[in-house]
Design a protein around this ligand. Structure first.
Ligand code: ZN
Length: 470
């Protein structure tokens, strides 16, 4: 397949058609269902789906079908089904059209629903996360055809619930299972990497365990001068319980059920990725001046973030605001504990271990209760097939001029585990246009237009290589 033809096809489409349509998509406030309980009546998720659907219908890809699937009470799903000229199984290309909420604090001249192109960037909510994905997937397929390449059947699937944890996707995957056929390649365009110089592949995702922990010591709040020293503080009890699961000096999680041995190949990848983009891990977050990360060693930081368990206390109740705080020994303390667990940990076993550690032999026999428990497994990519790694090498050389690298994502994409279980033979390319400072989920979100087009070229090459992998 001729690289120049791939590139020209994508450049032309993006300039003439993708950028205008994607800009209009930015204007649609398609906020995800968790943040917009009235989403069905407001119709913005539907508006986003119909906007992209209309664009797909102008593309005239021969043999292609465009469908909107809508199961009862669930957010809509947009599908583009493109027959292939090769038979290597179905390539499933995933993205999402729902968005994070707008949030305040956008810079002068920018706004969540105002598309602005400036310095090679498209600003606006949902441009990079993840509005561009359907355009990238579609123009990649077109480029394969324009350049005389081959592709197997491709199904572009754009859901509208990702920012709410994809609650509807399992039902859609089940519903579509007979029509999808044997999925042998999953391309997920909802991720990114540590720089804009190369293609980044996400090779693992952490899982999640969460629980609300309540420690109750009193039937009602009491004068703290009179009760303290007699009645134990619920906060002190909770501190002792937390010490059972986390070393408060280092942040190390103490439960064996939450730790795994880092596979050798992943360890080597982490080292290579840190070497490729030195400083990227350390400086990824806006720490206050003078504060230091957990370690000086970036490899350790990357491993902490991708292959080790961590605890974040993400919510609390039973505490008044400081201005309302009287001298009261509070009757209870509740903390919401959010653990990230390694990609290959058994999250159900990890949750059971947390439950046991927090409820057995409680100091002062205080009353402990756990509620809203949740667990979800992470994901570790299967061993990469030779056809895929050689395609990625080609992409590195001809598209980026820099070697592809991998990242283990600290967060979760819950349905990846689901897809991996449903299609155990499939290869996974989890990538995307997000990079340092692209501001997904915060003000001033922007899409790196050049990088997004290179990622699109990469997808074209992967599809072409996939066609002859069967
Ligand atoms: Zn996303």
């Amino acid at each position: 397949m001729e690289q120049t033809a791939v590139r020209d096809s994508i450049r032309e489409s993006w300039a003439a058609s993708v950028l205008p349509s994607l800009s209009e998509l930015v204007e649609i406030p398609a906020v995800s269902q968790n943040f917009e309980p009235g989403w069905a009546e407001r119709g913005q998720l539907h508006a986003a789906v119909h906007h992209v659907r209309r664009w797909l219908e102008t593309r005239a890809i021969s043999g292609a079908r465009v469908d909107v699937v809508e199961l009862d009470g669930r957010s809509p799903l947009l599908l583009l089904d493109v027959p292939g000229d090769a038979d290597a199984g179905t390539a499933l290309l995933y993205g999402h059209l729902d968005k994070q909420p707008p949030v305040g604090g956008w810079s002068e001249g920018l706004g969540p629903w105002t598309p602005v192109v400036r310095d090679g960037r498209l600003y606006g909510r949902g441009a990079a996360d993840d509005g561009y994905s359907g355009y990238a997937a579609t123009t990649a397929i077109e480029a394969v055809r324009a350049a005389g390449g081959s592709h197997s059947r491709c199904v572009v699937m754009l859901e509208t619930g990702e920012e709410s944890g994809s609650p509807d996707l399992p039902a859609y995957l089940e519903h579509l299972r007979p029509t999808l056929g044997e999925v042998s390649l999953v391309v997920c365009l909802d991720s990114g990497g540590n720089d804009y110089q190369r293609l980044w592949l996400t090779t693992s995702l952490r899982g999640l365990v969460s629980v609300d922990l309540t420690v109750r010591v009193l039937e009602s709040g009491q004068h703290s001068g009179l009760a303290s020293g007699v009645v134990p503080s619920s906060f002190r009890v909770i501190r002792q319980l937390l010490d059972r699961v986390e070393d408060s000096r280092t942040g190390e999680i103490l439960l064996p059920e939450m730790t795994v041995r880092v596979p050798e190949d992943r360890l080597a990848e982490v080292r290579a990725s840190v070497a490729a983009a030195p400083g990227a891990v350390r400086s990824a977050f806006p720490m206050v001046r003078g504060a230091r990360p957990v370690s000086d060693d970036e490899v350790e930081l990357a491993l902490n973030n991708s292959w080790r368990p961590t605890l974040s206390v993400i919510g609390a109740s039973g505490f008044p605001e400081p201005l309302d705080a009287g001298n009261v020994l509070r009757p209870f303390s509740t903390l919401t504990l959010s653990f990230r667990v390694p990609p290959t940990a058994d999250s159900a076993a990890a949750l059971a271990a947390v439950e046991k550690a927090l409820t057995v032999d409680v100091p002062y026999d205080a009353r402990v209760s756990l509620s809203r428990t949740e667990s979800a497994d992470g994901w570790n990519a299967p061993t990469m097939a030779p056809w895929l790694s050689s395609a990625l090498d080609t992409v590195s050389e001809s598209v980026f001029g820099a070697s592809w690298r991998t990242v283990g994502l600290g967060g979760s994409i819950p349905f990846m585990g689901l897809l991996a279980r449903q299609y155990p033979e499939a290869q996974f390319v989890i990538t995307g246009a997000l990079g340092p400072d692209s501001n997904a989920h915060v003000p001033d979100e922007w899409l790196h237009l050049e990088h997004a087009q290179r990622v699109t070229e990469a997808v074209a090459h992967v599809l072409h290589a996939h066609a002859s992998s069967g």
